[in-house]
Design a protein around this ligand. Structure first.
Ligand SMILES: Nc1nc2c(ncn2[C@@H]2O[C@H](COP(=O)(O)OP(=O)(O)O)[C@@H](O)[C@H]2O)c(=O)[nH]1
Ligand SMILES: [Mg+2]
Length: 309
């Protein structure tokens, strides 16, 4: 599995990877020794990869200490030190699956356009291929056309979609989907939600209401609350995440559009700040373009020269 991560992501993550490797190469070509000036350039490189100010400053401070203690004397040791620190951050959060009894209810949240509906289609497809019975719920009733978009995915993947027509109440759609999922004995209910209401306050209140309504039928549901974030929005993704985390509590992240950015480093501050695991990364618009995130393989890939670690 770990060896296949970069192979599967292929050229999709190559922007992030080449940002790092060419960044290191040119940094090390210019600077043969580790000094303040070099560490400053390295700081710029890490910020540019969207590691964020607080993570970057901590990494650089740790490095400086290690340099002072003579533990880091050359560039190889410096890379290794960085690799270890990043790996510690990403491995702090457990991705171990808690086992729930079916139907497992997953609520997908996130602002408009991040890739919620697309990711639901991809996940439904993977679950179905795994022999699971899946039901989708079109609880994004705010945007005209959102339910149609989910229905198209439902047809494409071959799973049913619960939707209401006209001016529907998102919580009512979620309620009906859970009822239908229980009656039809499905394994998974994936609920699509709106990314925008009249105000952000309304959106968060609606999401809270939805979780209450769902838990009336299945007390520990929604079992998963997954925030979808667009990697190309950089640090903006982080502040979005904090709002959703505060309102409903999150169990995982799907980070989309990593194919379109060299700033895959955003994974690090997301995990660090939210203490929530990145479960999947989106690497394109196709049905197969969502893969489980593997932290170790991700980091090894950033630091290795080979094409498939
Ligand atoms: N390149 C790329 N595009 C994506 C990815 N995920 C979603 N998209 C595109 O982003 C746009 C918005 O996606 P959508 O699922 O409608 O977002 P939603 O508003 O959150 O439901 C669509 O054009 C998708 O095809 C991804 O991983 N990579
Ligand atoms: Mg949508």
């Amino acid at each position: 599995m770990s060896g296949g991560f970069w192979k599967k992501t292929g050229s999709a993550l190559s922007k992030t990877r080449s940002y790092f490797s060419s960044g290191f190469d040119s940094l090390f070509a210019r600077k043969k020794q580790i000094d303040d000036e070099m560490l400053e350039a390295l700081e710029g490189l890490l910020l540019g990869a969207d590691l964020g100010v607080s993570v970057t400053q901590r990494l650089i401070a740790d490095l400086k200490e290690s340099v002072n203690r003579k533990e880091v004397k050359d560039l190889a040791a410096l890379k290794e030190n960085l690799r270890k620190s990043l790996s510690e951050i990403l491995s702090k959060v457990s991705t171990e699956e808690v086992v729930f009894s079916a139907p497992i209810v997953t609520l997908f949240v996130g602002v408009n356009g991040v890739g919620k509906t697309t990711s639901i289609g991809k996940i439904a497809s993977a679950l179905k291929a795994d022999g699971k019975k899946v039901l989708l719920a079109a609880a994004d009733t705010f945007r005209a056309g959102a339910a149609n978009q989910l229905s198209i995915w439902g047809e494409r993947v071959g799973v049913d979609v619960i939707r209401h027509h006209g001016d529907a109440d998102p919580s009512a759609v979620a309620y009906d989907a859970v009822s239908a999922g229980l009656a039809r004995k499905v394994d998974h209910i994936l609920i699509d939600t709106a990314g925008r209401l009249q105000t952000k306050h309304n959106l968060m209140e609606e999401l809270k209401k939805m979780t209450r309504v769902i838990s009336k039928q299945i007390p520990d549901a929604p079992h998963r609350k997954i925030l979808v974030l667009d990697a190309t929005t950089g640090q903006n993704a982080l502040s979005q995440a904090e709002h959703f985390q505060k309102a409903i509590g999150l169990t995982g992240i799907v980070l989309t559009k990593l194919d379109g950015t060299g700033k895959g480093g955003i994974v690090v501050p997301i995990v660090e700040t939210l203490a929530v695991p990145v479960l999947y990364v989106g690497i394109g618009e196709g049905l197969q373009d969502l893969i489980p995130f593997n932290p170790e393989a991700f980091i090894s890939g950033l630091f290795s020269e080979t094409t498939d670690p």
